[in-house]
Ligand binder design. Sequence first.
Ligand SMILES: Nc1nc2c(ncn2[C@@H]2O[C@H](COP(=O)(O)OP(=O)(O)OP(=O)(O)O)[C@@H](O)[C@H]2O)c(=O)[nH]1
Ligand SMILES: [Mg+2]
Length: 357
Amino acid sequence: MKIIVVGGFLGSGKTTALVRLGTYYSSLGKSVGIIVNEIGEIGIDGDIISQYGLETKEITSGCICCSLKTSLRATLLLMIENYNPDVIIIESTGVAYPGAIRDEIMLMNLSTEYDMAPLLTLFDGSRFKQILKEIKNFAAQQLAQAEVIAVSKTDLVEPPMIPIIEAAVQQINPKAEIMTLSSKNPESLARLIDILERSSDTDSHLVELKKVISDDGSLLMAGKRDNSIAASGVGSFSAEYILDENSLMSLNDSDFEQIAKDLMSQIRENVIEKSPDFLGHIKLFLESGSALYKISLTTAEEDPIYDFILPANGTSDTKPNLKILSAVTGISSMDVQEIVQKAAENVLNENEIVFSV
Ligand SMILES: Nc1nc2c(ncn2[C@@H]2O[C@H](COP(=O)(O)OP(=O)(O)OP(=O)(O)O)[C@@H](O)[C@H]2O)c(=O)[nH]1
Ligand SMILES: [Mg+2]
């Protein structure tokens, strides 16, 4: 069994990369299990990944690198027991220290034989300047333990900037292997797959870890016991609204698209008012009954991105619903909550959609 841990700041492209990796391994006939961790109570990535037919378990309401380590262990053991996949891919939250997750797994003494892939951390090349301005220290901490750093979304980066970004990242972590990754470039995925075939330098990590394990098995290493969510300075809130089917009858696909857009733009405007240069990830997932809409925003400057609009697969018995997950810098969780709830209620009421929470 291969275990791959994917880290990287909010919205850096982890789920996108992981779906592509998972789909690739499945196409080879390998069984794949995905564990995805989301900071909020309501997760969205698990729903997205499941849409691709990949076996997925979601861990929500905190970070598996700090507050939810025991949930990680339980989920991993259950996945191995019930499904025993050839490949397990774990996506951390965007505010986790991914090295702590790899270390924690290594300390679990899993009874199954496994091969830990080199620790992969994504660094969003398209937000290079904003990351250095808003969250330099936190991003540097995330990068410091990586064995492979993929500068992601390079299709959005001016080519002359790429070596500059690579050099900056290499300076933060001189030992890491640096590569570029873009969902628009299949060759970059092939390179990543090659690199992940290798093994993590687990021996040297274990030697380091053993120096810092207390009698109860927990880590003592400075920095590792920090609450990564607090250290990131990110405020977050997630919510789910169950939508009454009868009140959706008169709406068509373009109405739903407009609803998702209106909601995103209201949240965006209000977040910008409190945090003009925010970085993070605001994601909306709307299941109308006949279609699925996913829309994403990762900086104050960009326009929201429609990731997909898909017909529902017809077998789903989920009620129409709207999920919103907002995690952004420079704003408190309470303020995020107020903004999201107000915007959602406004937009749903304006469209005469009856909802419950
Ligand atoms: N142009 C471009 N967009 C990308 C690429 N990878 C991801 N994206 C977009 O970036 C946004 C965030 O991608 P995700 O894969 O959800 O990022 P994430 O790291 O999983 O986000 P969190 O789990 O919320 O931290 C989405 O709108 C993606 O479509 C890429 O290589 N190129
Ligand atoms: Mg994700």
